[in-house]
Design a protein around this ligand. Structure first.
Ligand SMILES: N[C@@H](CCC(=O)N[C@@H](CS)C(=O)NCC(=O)O)C(=O)O
Length: 223
């Protein structure tokens, strides 16, 4: 049988590519990583993801797949070891619900708090804190969203802890409040300390500098 080929098109500072790196690492899948220059997208990226033209793209045996949450589900279906989604259909649906909630309701206000100024920024920061508090309820007292082991929602939402904390540091507004969301705060810390999770994280100093530059560009554009 021919050896299977797995390729990931990503960008070092992308949290969406990080999700895929985490999932492949958890499953123990070897892959070839291709770093994209996002301002000058490669013909390969445009060919493989003509619809969104974004990374990450997973290419499995020449079959490309875009959108990180879709890729996570694909990885989970193809490589069954260390499952990400629970077996029970209702629990699976709930995991998908919280991953979608994180993308739809937590990421946008964190990004808005990062890119806006004044009252708009305050409003976005408040919304981010409220929605992160709601995300906390999905933990239901468990160590991870996946229970005792890392699951779909952990992989989908775990990066928000690092990015929201860094964003808070850059804009001087706390987005994760350890007093009002102690369980989520503890989960972020616990999750990000898991060795294979930590191993895949981009270098924090480099990420901070990169995000500071990005913040300057975004806020200059909004004046
Ligand atoms: N919903 C997408 C988001 C992917 C995304 O926003 N990728 C960014 C990098 S973090 C990108 O490729 N940006 C290039 C562009 O928008 O032109 C996913 O979950 O995969």
């Amino acid at each position: 049988m021919a050896e299977e080929s797995v390729k990931l098109l990503g960008y070092w500072g992308s949290p969406f590519a990080l999700r895929v790196k985490w999932a492949l690492k958890l499953k123990g899948i070897q892959y070839h990583y291709v770093e994209e220059d996002l301002p000058n997208k490669s013909p390969m990226l445009l060919q493989y993801n003509p619809v969104y033209k974004k990374i990450p793209v997973l290419v499995h045996d020449d079959k490309p797949l875009a959108e990180s949450l879709v890729i996570l589900e694909y990885i989970d279906e193809v490589w069954k070891q260390n499952p990400l989604l629970p077996i029970d259909p209702y629990e699976r649906a709930k995991a998908r619900f919280w991953a979608k909630f994180a993308d739809d309701k937590c990421v946008p206000p964190v990004m808005a708090a990062f890119s806006k100024k004044g009252e708009e920024q305050e409003r976005a920061a408040k919304e981010a804190r409220e929605n992160l508090k709601t995300l906390e309820s999905g933990l239901e007292g468990k160590r991870f969203f996946g229970g005792e082991t890392i699951g779909f929602v952990d992989i989908a939402a775990g990066w928000i802890g690092c990015w929201a904390r860094m964003t808070g540091e850059i804009i001087g507004i706390n987005l994760i409040d350890a007093e009002t969301m102690p369980l989520l705060d503890a989960w972020f810390q616990d999750f990000l300390e898991v060795p294979f999770i930590k191993e895949c994280m981009p270098p924090q100093d480099k990420l901070l500098e990169h995000n500071k530059e990005f913040h300057k560009i975004l806020t200059a554009a909004s004046t």
